[in-house]
Ligand binder design. Structure first.
Ligand SMILES: Cc1cc2nc3c(=O)[nH]c(=O)nc-3n(C[C@H](O)[C@H](O)[C@H](O)COP(=O)(O)OP(=O)(O)OC[C@H]3O[C@@H](n4cnc5c(N)ncnc54)[C@H](O)[C@@H]3O)c2cc1C
Length: 218
């Protein structure tokens, strides 16, 4: 795993136009947003039209991996093409005294680059392990490994983390000075993704205990 430590460079398309103070140029912020996310949105132009698909992903150093069915046209369309991947955490609704000033607290990343279909079998397998363990660390080793047929049915795309932007908003509403006297509740309603109680498959063979990598995922 190679990890770039240089700051995120601003290109014409990664330059924030509004609320630039919310932008982060430290790669650690990019990695933190990506590593804390569960799903991304992959944007690709397929057959001349934009297509944005929600998908799982994983990061290995400065490479982002996404996977899908080999039959998924978007993955074929993305190979060698410019794509855009975004990851968003919604952290709270920011309720201001005026409707106009309402906002959201969030951490988000937008990554641009040329996607490549991963051809090398070892890298494909590694990428699938990275994606699986990104969602549930330890799951890859715990489950049956993919067969050749299953590997053939799976497409993997890689995207270098070279051109990206990060934007983070936190904190309270910023109302107009005169509005602070209004009789309106203001503050933040936090939003969070949480894991629920594991639900065993009714067909689970008896005697199989809940493994720590599921029990302790939070
Ligand atoms: C859940 C959620 C809801 C939002 N709702 C709204 C809304 O309703 N209205 C609104 O104006 N804004 C909203 N935003 C903020 C929105 O994502 C943009 O930040 C905003 O539109 C400002 O973009 P801009 O004009 O600076 O840049 P744009 O000109 O839109 O984009 C220029 C470049 O800046 C970067 N960039 C812009 N926004 C982000 C971002 N959020 N994260 C990382 N990189 C970014 C990208 O690289 C992009 O190519 C929301 C954000 C989140 C997470």
């Amino acid at each position: 795993m190679s990890t770039d430590t240089t700051p995120l460079s601003s290109t014409s398309r990664t330059t924030l136009r509004r609320h630039r103070e919310r932008g982060k140029t430290d790669r650690a912020d990019l990695y933190a947003v990506l590593d804390a996310g569960l799903m991304c949105h992959l944007g690709v132009v397929a057959d001349g039209a934009p297509l944005v698909l929600p998908t799982a992903y994983g990061r290995d150093g400065d490479t982002l991996y996404v996977h899908g069915s080999s039959a998924n046209g978007a993955f074929g369309a993305a190979d060698g093409q410019q794509v855009c991947v975004s990851v968003t955490h919604l952290d709270g609704f920011v309720c201001a005294r005026s409707v106009f000033t309402h906002s959201v607290n969030y951490r988000s990343a937008v990554v641009f680059g040329t996607a490549s279909l991963v051809i090398d079998d070892d890298e494909r397998r590694h990428a699938l392990e990275v994606i699986t363990d990104h969602l549930i660390p330890g799951r890859w080793a715990a489950a049956r490994q993919p067969t050749k047929k299953e590997m053939a049915a799976t497409a993997v795309l890689s995207l270098p983390l070279t051109e990206a932007s990060v934007k983070i908003r936190a904190g309270m509403p910023k109302d107009e000075p005169a509005d602070y006297d209004l009789d309106v509740w203001a503050g933040v309603l936090p939003v969070a993704v949480t894991f629920g109680e594991p639900e065993p498959d009714p067909l689970l063979r008896s005697g199989i205990e809940l493994p720590p990598h599921i029990r302790d995922r939070h």
